[in-house]
Design a protein around this ligand. Sequence first.
Ligand code: SAH
Length: 398
Amino acid sequence: MKPTELKVKASYINQYQRHFPLINKDTIINPEDIQKEGSIIHLVEPNGKFIAKGYYGKQNKGLGWVLSDKQHENIDFSFFKKKISNAIDKRKAFFQDENTNAFRIFNGEGDGIGGITIDYYDGYYVINWYSEGAYSFKETVIDVLDEIGEYKAIYEKKRFDTKGKYINDDDFVKGERGEFPIIVKENGMNYAVYLNDGAMVGIFLDQRNVRKIIRDKYAKGKNVLNTFSYTGAFSVAAALGGAKKTTSVDLAKRSKSKTIEQFSANGIDFEEQDIIVMDVFDYFKYANRKNLVFDLVILDPPSFARSKKRTFSTAKDYPSLIKDTIAITGKGGIIVASTNNASFSMKKFKGFIDKGFKDSKTKYKILEEFSLPSDFQVDRNFPQGNYLKVVILEKLSH
Ligand code: SAH
């Protein structure tokens, strides 16, 4: 089939010539000409001159992704094999690390094919498909994984139904079904993961370096509060780093049993830790009433959250989250402020933090910053892909 030609508006030609990977609807003169998810499209100048080729795969981000600037490069098995093999070569150090066996081996546009990521969990692959178009390459990607080497099984997450929600059918693709949880290793810590139980498997791999620094540098002897704690991965790191006590707060009921499981996987007595199922904003009020003071507070909210009482959006509410946190953090205490919201930059995020401190008339010092770890390769022409922003700071005085 002849590729559909999408004409790029004059003012955006330069952007695509400089290898911007995301095909935005606003930049195209004739978006209505696109036909089928997964079809190959050519970006051309209004006069028909070739710029780049890509595929149609509609995500909230855009219409699809650029794959090549070579007009005659075929998007076939050998194309995918080249991209995936290169990506795996770049993760050599991870494959050789005896203390870590869970990491990302293919990170979408960062590894040359937007809309597809592949994670590795101790011999199991989990493929995330972010559009129907991306999913249309399923057979090819699996053929490539088959050829590259042995694995235990492949699972997949389809993250593209029409309501923007995760499609929850069987995630198993092929191989030998796992018995979950499997216990994976990360810098010597154990984490229980479930590959066949919804979009979230129990651990967010992109926070690996933050968990490590919490364990190695910030936790010893501390009274730790982990908010939006999910399965308590940060709490485990803090406890293993010698925290005096950890308190994990999440409003999802199942976070409690999941957190108990993570502690237990590491030989930590969960009864010596607090695991609280509660809205974080109610917990702040409770902690204030009880005059609780923490030495280390971890903030890692979802970009958006709707609970019975309120909606929370990082882009709007982070300053007040910081303000609430300051009120229960001791002088000299450490705050780990994190967000995975791709819609604003690190600079803007620091602005939110600064506003929270100014509103509290409190001084602080930034100690260090983190973004995505190296297995989450970022396309240098698409810095927006580096969504993770973590600022570790010290509260100085009132
Ligand atoms: N920090 C976690 C990941 C957080 S995922 C980690 O490192 O693994 C976001 C979590 O926030 C979810 O578990 C969700 O249940 C929880 N959550 C969302 N809104 C909340 C609220 N208002 N109070 C408490 N938890 C909330």
